[in-house]
Design a protein around this ligand. Structure first.
Ligand code: NAP
Length: 292
């Protein structure tokens, strides 16, 4: 878009509440510019319980694509015409795209997580023992994606056992859950450790569930879904222990890149998207929005 929007400009958007600190407009507008697309991406604050109205609005306004963040991921999954395979397993959607006249909901979080691990960190989960700390929405997407990517074991640890069971259950036979008493063994025995809790975002935070640095070692890879701060206490501990590390920035970029591919059918300019979001995070002094 050379000189601002015109009558031909296509509009894509994110819905959520809160949504003001969403980094999705930064990611997608950088991509549209790099792709020379006459598209613009905006954020709409949509109140809890209004997902169906938002989907009706998308249809009426012919929005070109929709990203979905808290608290609408489950509501949107119910409101679209049909679900893609991952969203059907998870019961939530972070993306809506057009397929002919149908609106399709899909979840790109898990695939974005795996893409970031593989392409940014050179880590393949195939045949690896993995532990996921936390059992919320992001943990479910990651657990399913790890199981589907051929991990030899995925163990979910959460402070509420029934939530850990439910999270592991989403991935079927590929995942199991373990209570906090099994934490040291689960972490110590794993090749990949994923923090999918918000523990580490706040200043002065410790390690999730009291993970001990002594359980970490060279040969392991530790990834935190948090990207602000850039280095969480868990990642700092893993680095000291000689493990490989990555934060959640790669997942943030890759889940958006996969959305863009669903909307446009074209590959996403990952480097431009990464540079744009890094510039904004830098200007915020590392205080990013907690969610895409
Ligand atoms: P969620 O659905 O609210 O789940 C959070 C999970 O963490 C739950 O299992 C929760 O357990 C647990 N938890 C929360 N506070 C805890 C504490 N103090 N100690 C131990 N466990 C705690 O959130 P989510 O959407 O899955 O997000 C989780 C994290 O991933 C957030 O930091 C979010 O910013 C990040 N994330 C990053 C990306 C990315 O693209 N990089 C994408 C999505 C999410 P209870 O239910 O018992 O509280």
């Amino acid at each position: 878009m050379l000189n601002g929007p015109t009558g031909a400009t296509r509009v894509a958007a994110v819905i959520g509440d809160p949504v003001e600190h969403s980094l999705s407009p930064v990611l997608h507008n950088a991509a549209f510019k790099a792709m020379d697309l006459d598209w613009v991406y905006v954020a709409f604050r949509v109140a809890a319980g209004s997902a169906a109205e938002a989907i009706a609005a998308m249809r009426a306004l012919r929005l070109a694509g929709l990203s979905v963040t808290m608290p609408h991921k489950a509501g949107v999954a119910e409101a679209v015409d049909r679900l893609g395979p991952v969203a059907a397993r998870l019961g939530v959607a972070n993306t809506v795209f057009w397929s002919g006249s149908e609106l399709v909901g899909e979840s790109t979080d898990g695939a974005g997580f795996i893409a970031a691990l593989r392409s940014d960190s050179g880590f393949s989960p195939h045949g690896k023992r993995c532990v996921v700390l936390g059992a919320g929405g992001a943990a479910r997407a990651v657990t399913l994606a790890l199981a589907e990517a051929g991990a030899s074991a995925v163990t979910v640890v959460a402070r509420r056992e029934e939530q850990a069971d439910a999270c592991a259950g989403v991935a079927g036979v590929g995942a199991t859950s373990a209570g906090l008493p099994g934490l040291a063994r689960s972490v110590g025995n794993s090749d990949l450790i994923v923090n999918a809790t918000p523990v580490g975002m706040a200043a002065g935070a410790g390690l999730p569930f009291g993970v001990d640095e002594a359980w970490l070692r060279p040969g392991q890879f530790v990834t935190d879904l948090i990207y602000a701060p850039e280095t969480t206490p868990l990642l700092a501990a893993a680095r000291r222990a000689g493990a490989g590390v990555s934060n959640g920035l790669g997942m943030l970029v890759h889940q958006a890149a996969l959305q863009l591919q669903l909307w446009t059918g074209r590959p996403a300019p990952i480097d431009d998207m990464t540079a744009a979001v890094q510039a904004v995070l830098g200007s915020r002094g590392g205080k990013g929005g907690p969610r895409p």
